[in-house]
Design a protein around this ligand. Structure first.
Ligand code: ATP
Ligand code: DGY
Length: 522
């Protein structure tokens, strides 16, 4: 443990302290939480991650140590919320060898980027890449289906001499819909919507999508065969599993109908499935025939940005702002209720002036199992929090990431980050308010939490009192999944986190800021 602690020195080096101190005096805990979140988002900007991963040397480009020889044989496709900026940067680097490209990006993104002064993420006027906008509200639609068809045609036309550069980011599944006939787009949309509303995980959703789609589960790579395929992936799935991000269009994945049916069964959708879906799932060989695995070495998949990278850069910013940064895990998942209880207990553990009662640590370890956090990570975190208190290290910034789920029971407006922040605010009741008590932030790095224009919210132990004083009943807002309305009504929306369009997507960032605690711990 001593070794771990020596790696995470609590304070910046002395030369930095004099520079930082005046900033620290001025910035509230709330502002510092927002600044750390901004650093997380900055680290995974689409142009930056592509720039770092494509190294140009003469007529070659290197990806992950692999050399690709460019002979005016480069084609490009892409799909996802962050892909426009990725494509713009890729064209700046290898555009002189680019034959043509097609990307499928969210509806309205070009206009929005222009309005936000983010021209550097747009393609130049004479670009060889065609932009197709679709998937309004992150749902597959006819426009995205046309884009998917064109991407398939481009891939089909490639030869052995060609290289297909594939840019992939979160939201890619909705932007590349190619339902296997006779499944219609409406039918596919219907089942995925029902699964999402029932609280299915992205692993479950994309297992289903892979089975019902021609291009997912390696279909795109197979269409491009015999061309060389190089995929640059900005991961928005826990653990960065290549076969699940955007449903893995460049990763061959065999379909097991039983596995897919068990997902439908788990969410009680089996009896209402359209016959077309049952027909496709009953054809066990259909995917295998279409998706012959490509020859070894012809497909390269590289993760170029992830939640871990965002947390790493957030830690650096937290340190600049006077906190001991502590990364719990980039893989928090499970029901948002359990996740909120975990953060509530961690806050109580960290803020306890005396030795925390053993039930707190026991509760933390039990909840960790429910929300995908390893016991080792929790023990390490509690040990550092404890030593931070006893040795008087000062403030701590506990960071985590991932993607919890919300089981929708109400008709309100909200998202998992706002609901998590609201629930954690409730869990913190009774603790000190800032600046002497903890602050919690939860934000989606894509800047859009569920179907709202907020990324998340920032809360603290004063939330309950503040809500009561304004006649807002937290429990009824929670029952109705109406966290967005709650935060809009509360103190003129000041708790909402609204970074606007972030142009990227590596899941959510959770942050617990703990001020220095004066304590009697031994
Ligand atoms: N009213 C609500 N309250 C809480 N959560 C909600 C509400 N409405 C939707 N959600 C949740 O929001 C999530 C969808 O949010 P969002 O559109 O940000 O998806 P995403 O997972 O980030 O998308 P992608 O993976 O494509 O980037 C779902 O988990 C859904 O349960
Ligand atoms: O598009 C998708 O499938 C999700 O964003 C996960 O990558």
């Amino acid at each position: 443990m001593a070794r771990v602690l020596s790696l995470v020195r609590p304070w910046p080096v002395p030369s930095l302290i004099s520079r930082i101190k005046p900033i620290l005096c001025k910035m509230s805990m709330d502002s510092r939480a927002r600044a750390v979140f901004a650093a997380a988002v900055e680290a995974v900007q689409p142009d930056a991650v592509v720039r770092k991963s494509l190294e140009r040397k003469g007529d070659s480009v290197f990806v992950d140590g692999h050399e690709l020889v460019l002979k005016h044989n480069l084609h490009l496709v892409g799909f996802g919320k962050a892909v426009l900026g990725m494509a713009a940067e890729a064209e700046r680097i290898v555009g002189d060898h680019l034959v043509r490209g097609i990307i499928s990006v969210p509806h309205g993104i070009q206009q929005t980027l222009r309005q936000h002064g983010k021209e550097h993420l747009l393609l130049k006027e004479n670009s060889r890449i065609r932009v197709k906008e679709g998937a309004k509200h992150n749902l597959p639609d006819a426009d995205a289906q046309v884009a998917a068809e064109e991407i398939k045609n481009l891939a089909n036309a490639l030869t052995e001499e060609d290289i297909l550069l594939v840019l992939i980011s979160g939201g890619g599944s909705a932007l590349l819909p190619a339902p296997i006939s006779p499944i219609s787009l409406q039918e596919k949309l219907g089942v995925t919507r029902k699964l999402a509303a029932a609280g299915a995980t992205i692993q479950e959703l994309n297992t289903v999508r892979r089975a019902l789609s021609f291009l997912k589960g390696g279909g795109l790579a197979c269409s491009a065969h015999p061309a060389k395929v190089v995929a640059l992936i900005l991961s928005d799935v826990i653990g960065d599993p290549l076969d699940l991000i955007a449903s893995g269009p460049t990763v061959f994945a065999e379909v097991y109908p039983e596995g897919v049916l068990s997902v439908f069964e788990r969410y009680k959708l089996l009896s209402s499935l359209p016959p077309s879906i049952m027909e496709v799932l009953r054809r066990p060989t259909c995917k295998k025939i279409m998706h012959q695995p490509t020859s070894p070495g012809r497909v390269l998949n590289a993760v170029i940005g992830s939640n871990s990278l965002a947390l790493k850069c957030a830690s650096l910013r937290a340190r600049e702002l006077g906190f001991l940064p502590l990364v719990l895990s980039p893989g928090v998942c499970g029901d948002v209720r359990a996740v909120s209880k975990l953060y509530g207990l961690l806050a109580r553990f960290a803020c306890s002036t005396d030795n925390p009662p053993p039930e707190i640590a026991e509760g933390i370890l039990a909840l960790g199992k429910e929300v995908g956090v390893q016991t080792w990570d929790l023990c390490r975190t509690m040990k550092v929090l404890n030593e931070g208190c006893t040795e008087g290290w000062g403030a701590t910034c506990l960071l985590a990431g991932g993607e919890p789920t919300v089981e929708l029971t109400g008709m309100g407006q909200g998202g998992r980050n706002q609901e998590l922040a609201l629930r954690v605010g409730w869990e913190l009741r009774g603790l000190e308010r800032p600046p002497d008590g903890p602050v919690f932030l939860s934000g989606g790095t894509d800047g859009q939490d569920g179907p709202t224009d907020a990324a998340g919210a920032v809360t603290d132990a004063g939330l309950l009192g503040e809500a009561q004083a304004q006649g807002l009943d937290i429990e009824s807002f929670l029952m109705n999944n109406d966290s967005y309305t709650f935060f809009q009504c509360l103190s003129a929306g000041k708790h909402l986190l609204v970074p606007g369009l972030t142009c990227t997507n590596v899941m959510d960032v959770h942050m617990l800021l703990i001020p220095p605690i004066l304590n009697n711990r031994r």
